[in-house]
Design a protein around this ligand. Structure first.
Ligand SMILES: [Zn+2]
Ligand SMILES: [Zn+2]
Length: 253
């Protein structure tokens, strides 16, 4: 069994979650977690993206809650979006320092960086789902785009790799090891699958299990993720949000 001490992927009303930051923090405290990250969707997410203007308010709220609850650490994070084939994500360079933790994932409902990126990243991937013939080259391009992102930005976690986009897990895991980036087993999406998790394990990648909670009652709920990790044989010390990893006193960031 895994002793989970942190949930690094939770959403609030600042994107399309149902709870406030305080609601998520209280839920995490009830589950006796030591850390929680508030990670609303990146600025380019259509409809649900974090509004830049809200950032100072969120920062202030998290600071106040950290002062109030000395027994746990609340991190200001973001689930940024891949928006360009050159690895561009939707956080401007001068805002990268605003976050304690940066997650990055592929989502379909984003404003691409350019028309060409919209075609390569969004349209071609949508077409590939119905036209299997074009998948091999696309898979390579998708994987390279994510790898470029982790080479360009201080990304800590790749969320739900393989969900909504076809990727080469082995290739990605190798790049993630070099950059000390953790690959997520998402307890809401069911990604990675056991097969993918085994590949990541064999390549030596760090893993994180996250709830991806969109309601406070889902914070810290990771059963589906545990099942995948267990079936893939991932030892607890390879999972950055377990007590065992914490005790190694390594910092993956
Ligand atoms: Zn996501
Ligand atoms: Zn999410």
């Amino acid at each position: 069994m895994y002793n989970i001490v942190a949930d690094y992927h939770t959403h609030t009303i600042y994107s399309h979650g149902k709870g406030t930051i305080l609601d998520n923090v209280e839920a995490a405290r009830k589950k006796r977690l030591k850390k929680i990250a508030i990670t609303d969707h990146g600025f380019s997410h259509i409809g649900f993206g974090l509004a830049r203007g809200n950032l100072p308010k969120i920062k202030d709220e998290i600071k106040r809650l950290n002062d109030r609850f000395g027994d746990m650490e609340i991190l200001l994070g973001i689930e940024s979006n891949l928006v360009g084939m050159d690895g561009e994500i939707d956080i401007p360079e001068d805002m990268l320092d605003s976050f304690d933790i940066i997650l990055m994932g592929f989502h379909k409902a984003v404003w691409p960086h350019s028309l060409k990126d919209g075609w390569d990243l969004l349209a071609r991937n949508a077409l590939a789902a119905i036209m299997p013939g074009m998948s091999e080259q696309l898979r390579h391009q998708n994987t390279m785009a994510i790898i470029r992102a982790i080479e360009r930005y201080p990304i800590d976690i790749i969320t739900h790799p393989g969900a909504k986009i076809d990727i080469d897990t082995k290739e990605l895991a190798r790049a993630a090891v070099k950059k000390n980036v953790a690959l997520e087993i998402n307890a809401s999406h069911g990604f990675m699958t056991v097969e993918y998790a085994k590949i990541a394990l064999n390549e030596g990648a760090l893993i994180v299990i996250s709830s991806d909670a969109h309601t406070p009652d889902r914070v810290g709920v990771m059963d589906k993720g545990f099942e995948v990790a267990k079936a893939a044989g991932i030892p607890p010390e390879r999972i950055i949000n377990t007590k065992e990893y914490d005790q190694l006193e390594k910092n993956w960031k």
